[in-house]
Ligand binder design. Sequence first.
Ligand SMILES: *[C@@H]1O[C@H](CO)[C@@H](O)[C@H](O)[C@H]1NC(C)=O
Length: 188
Amino acid sequence: MHFSKVLATAALLLSASLGVSAHAAIAPVLGVAGTPVRNNVQRPSTAKPCGNTNIAQTFDTSGVITMNADNTFTATITNFNKGVDGSRQIVSALVDVTGTGKSFTAATVTKNGTKNPTNVGSEQLTVGLPAACQGGATKNKCLVSLKTAGGFGNCVVVQNAAATKRSATAAPRRAEARAGPSRHPEIE
Ligand SMILES: *[C@@H]1O[C@H](CO)[C@@H](O)[C@H](O)[C@H]1NC(C)=O
């Protein structure tokens, strides 16, 4: 029985026929306003983790993803072709907490995408960062580079979760204390 072999060969031929122009982008793409299109996709590499995008020129003006309190964030990845070339699975996730693109360290993908998607569409990714962000003019942004199993991807800008306010419950007590002005008669 060589049925499974035939299937495997067919799958190989099919993925080869899909060509090399497949892409996937993670929104919001560094330096791109609005929903990403195929041409916004980069090929992140060790030398250029954001591909050909100029980091210094785009970092402070790019759309941002706000982190959760536990230093994780969710992003949407969209592929423009099926198959591994249009993979929605992240194989490299890097973060530069200074936002300059010069000191990347590893980030953790806690919810990854589909390696070999049979459709064209979007999926949610969850990524965890090892430390708080301190980059950009506001000193609260990180640069994150995401590369798929197909070798495509891009950078996104992530910012720290808003600080929690803690003093909101203090006021009512004072009013309560003031509410009883009756003095005890002096006992002698
Ligand atoms: C994404 O998921 C795959 C399969 O679970 C895993 O091999 C890969 O390491 C993950 N990527 C990252 C960056 O953790």
